[in-house]
Design a protein around this ligand. Structure first.
Ligand SMILES: Nc1ncnc2c1ncn2[C@@H]1O[C@H](COP(=O)(O)OP(=O)(O)OP(=O)(O)O)[C@@H](O)[C@H]1O
Ligand SMILES: [Mg+2]
Length: 220
């Protein structure tokens, strides 16, 4: 069976696309899925991340490939891998003016749209919703969800913002990802929180696994 493609996309920079892409990849890998993670962003965050592990320590236990040079042809490059994997997670660039996110969405089954509770993220989500809806004209299988990232403890998303996101037409994943220092450490160590044993990482791992379960439940 051909791999399901999961696009992590958001127009706004710094919302956690790369962090979520790598961690979802790790959670799917842990569930014994054959996972490929694609770096579609010229910043190459995931390529740097995957090469940051010092020799002999864990490292990222699944392949991460750089397709950021493929531009508007990236969907064709991704399709070359679909017979060898169960799930392909694509970390999209923080822009919808270049063609990359649009063409990845044409090939994807699920679009995960990370957002914080900041109004700026909400405003840029509006543009992305349009892009997803355009892709859905050609790709009827595509489903999209918002994922709330970098939530602050005790400062939960205001009811207004939650309602506003829902009004955009796509559901919000039940699992939210709090701000946790371990995500930055994981990146610096060339690992994911699933491999780390401190208390914050153990809590983060539970949240990431739960997110991955919700997304797996959306696949056909
Ligand atoms: N839940 C979190 N808790 C703490 N730090 C986080 C969390 N999510 C992401 N970060 C940190 O925020 C920064 C931006 O995250 P990341 O690079 O994943 O975002 P991005 O959306 O991919 O950015 P870009 O748009 O530049 O590609 C990184 O330093 C990352 O470690
Ligand atoms: Mg990124």
């Amino acid at each position: 069976m051909a791999a399901e493609i999961i696009a992590i996309t958001q127009q706004k920079g710094g919302v956690g696309k790369s962090t979520i892409a790598m961690h979802l990849g790790a959670a799917f890998h842990e569930k014994r899925k054959r996972v490929l993670v694609v770096d579609a962003d010229g910043q190459n965050t995931l390529i740097h991340w995957a090469s940051a592990a010092s020799d002999g320590s864990g490292g990222i236990p699944f392949p991460v490939v750089n397709l950021s040079e493929a531009g508007g042809q990236i969907h064709r490059e991704i399709k070359k891998f679909v017979n060898d994997y169960d799930i392909i997670v694509v970390d999209c660039p923080p822009s919808i003016t270049e063609k990359v996110s649009g063409v990845v969405l044409l090939a994807a089954t699920v679009a995960v749209i990370p957002t914080s509770s900041s109004p700026a993220d909400y405003w840029s989500s509006v543009g992305l919703v349009k892009l997803v809806q355009q892709a859905q004209v050609m790709n009827e299988d595509l489903r999209a969800v918002f994922l709330l990232n970098k939530t602050e403890e005790k400062r939960m998303l205001t009811r207004e913002l939650k309602a506003a996101l829902e009004e955009l037409g796509f559901p919000l994943l039940k699992t939210q990802i709090p701000t946790r220092e371990c995500y930055k450490q994981a990146m610096a160590l060339g690992q994911t929180v699933l491999q780390m044993t401190d208390r914050g990482s153990r809590l983060a791992a539970i949240e990431i696994r739960s997110c991955a379960d919700e997304i797996l439940a959306m696949l056909p």
